[in-house]
Design a protein around this ligand. Structure first.
Ligand code: GLC
Ligand code: CA
Length: 548
């Protein structure tokens, strides 16, 4: 059975982290005018959707994921008029904006929370989640915030605690309250009326939480709340919605994304990311990349969502390390491995997401001191883990490997001061490798990662087999090669990726030895046929449209 076709199935999404993308006025902070100035660049890349990380008014405790007004723009990013202009100017280039919908929590400066603080009988009190202290006067239970410390903060005036799964400046909304639902739906409809393309939904799997049972993700009301949101807002039009769901299993993803469920277009799942985390210390004591696990996870998701639902495909985002640093090679094979990762991403089944800078192979940053970091998570957890006995060196290794600021150093536009990101002092230091790795250099080099990405984005529009072809893994036991076949009616696409720095000989099974066709993309000399065996170069990757 085939999924019903949607316009965004062959589209590619580009994620912008506004603070780090382009600064137009020299205050060191990326802004909307900066984004508008780069729309031609994005059009040239060929993307049709932008996921815009939050630009709303915010005290910026978590760089905008703490919103104090959903219907105004943070002054440092610009104005609502500029936001509307961005929506229109993008649309003229056939690019639609996905707004980041952060409604598991607000900022503690949101008027709802300010009202709620006034007294326990304030009409907004029940917009948030309050509990009496435990018998010893401490927090109601031992729930731990993702950003360190208790997930409960004391409101001294009333003696009650409020829940915050992230920082204490990000109080959780009470989604059991119908007034919260109505307010959020109305706000979403006003954004849709401005002409946006849909929403990326921040930690959406947390909104159905059952607090007293300490069930935070995947609570019993979750899917009902999403269906209701769909009916009240984006379900009325042809919008794209992608939910961030760290807790999602493939079965959950089917609930979210199977069409007849009328929930979301797709979700971000994180199995391939979490497979490198330590069971106890999480990302701060990561395991090295191991292809076997990675292949098993991707295979599981490709297979589970083969006939129903839809996958989102991504290697990186603003919370994760840089793709080439995590899954490829930052050194000698940076270009080859970044292209290989791009090919793998665009040749899987689902909608690809490119994180800003990935298209030029930007790498992780390794600041020498904790003071150079800006991310609330890294800073808080550094303190917490050191207090818990972890050494400075080990925690810095964890931050270097997996900290969120890896993805948040400024976009590298050229080899001039501050990588062309700002004429002022950037809010976070530029990665020193910008002199070599930057957009200007990539544009002028016909063989660059950037042009490789541009070609991949275009291929998805030209060849339906990339979009709708069934996925079947090949060489599944191989420890360095990740390969697959995509099949759509009589079209077949063979994709072979060497995920290692080794030159190796791949023995081809007899039934495949005569395969030949048109090489759609490669990162070394193009290949048009297989043989008894093939010699793969380090991180070599190619996609062959098989002829009959
Ligand atoms: C999501 C965002 C992350 C943010 C958190 C709280 O995981 O991607 O950046 O800190 O939610 O809003
Ligand atoms: Ca600025």
């Amino acid at each position: 059975m085939a999924v019903e076709k949607k316009w965004w199935h062959n589209a590619v999404v580009y994620q912008i982290y506004p603070r780090s993308f382009m600064d137009s006025n020299g205050d060191g902070i990326g802004d909307l005018a900066g984004i508008i100035s780069k729309l031609d660049y994005l059009q040239q890349l060929g993307i049709n959707l932008i996921w815009l990380s939050p630009v709303y008014r915010s005290p910026m405790d978590d760089n905008g994921y703490d919103i104090s007004d959903y219907e105004d723009i943070a002054a440092e990013f610009g104005t609502m008029a500029e936001m509307e202009s961005l929506i229109q100017q993008a649309k003229q280039r056939d690019i639609h904006i996905l707004m980041d919908l952060v409604v598991n929590h607000t900022s503690d400066e949101h008027p709802w929370f300010l009202e709620a603080l006034k007294s326990p009988d304030n009409p907004y009190r029940d917009f948030y989640i309050w509990r009496k202290p435990a018998a010893d006067g401490g927090p109601p239970n031992d729930f731990h915030s993702y950003f360190g410390g208790s997930g409960w903060a004391l409101d001294e005036a009333s003696g009650e605690y409020y829940l915050h799964q992230f920082s204490k400046r990000q109080p959780d909304l009470n989604w059991d309250n119908p007034r919260v639902q109505e307010e959020v739906h109305a706000m979403m409809n006003r954004w849709l009326a401005k002409g946006i393309g849909g929403f990326r939904m921040d930690v959406i799997d947390l909104i159905g939480k059952e607090v007293d049972k300490q069930i935070m993700a995947n609570g019993k009301n979750l899917h009902a709340l999403i269906r209701q949101m769909n009916r009240a807002t984006f379900g009325k039009g042809d919008y794209v919605t992608v939910g961030e769901a760290w807790s999602a299993s493939p079965q959950d993803a089917l609930l979210y994304s199977a069409e007849e469920r009328e929930e979301l277009s797709m979700v971000f799942q994180f199995d391939h990311i979490k497979s490198f985390w330590d069971e106890r210390e999480g990302k701060w004591r990561g395991r090295p990349f191991e292809l076997g696990r990675f292949k098993a996870v991707i295979d599981k998701w490709q297979t589970a969502l083969a006939d129903k639902g839809w996958n989102s495909l991504f290697w990186s985002n603003h919370d994760l390390p840089r793709a080439v640093s995590k899954f490829g090679d930052e050194g000698e094979y940076r270009e080859a491995s970044a292209k290989m990762l791009g090919t793998a991403l665009h040749c899987l089944k689902g909608t690809p997401y490119i994180y800003q800078g990935e298209e030029i192979g930007m790498t992780n940053v390794r600041f020498a001191t904790i003071e150079e970091y800006r991310d609330i998570e890294s800073l808080n957890l550094y303190q917490e883990r050191l207090a818990g006995g972890m050494s400075h060196e080990e925690m810095m290794r964890g931050i270097h490997a997996n900290g969120r600021d890896n993805a948040r150093t400024p976009m590298q536009w050229d080899s001039g001061p501050n990588a062309g990101f700002t004429t002022g002092t950037p809010w976070i230091a530029v990665n020193p490798d910008y002199r070599e790795i930057n957009v200007a250099a990539a544009l002028s080099e016909p063989d660059s990662i950037l042009w490789h990405y541009q070609k991949l984005v275009a291929l998805r529009k030209q060849h339906p087999v990339l979009v709708y072809g069934d996925f079947q893994q090949l060489f599944s036991e191989h420890r360095q090669v990740f390969a697959w076949l995509r099949t759509l009616e009589d079209e077949r696409l063979l994709v072979i990726n060497n995920f290692s720095a080794d030159r190796l000989t791949l023995e081809i099974p007899e039934a495949m030895q005569a395969w030949h066709g048109e090489c759609l993309i490669s990162n070394y000399a193009p290949r048009d046929q297989l043989a008894v065996s093939i010699e793969l170069q380090p991180y070599e990757s190619f996609a062959l449209l098989l002829g009959r």
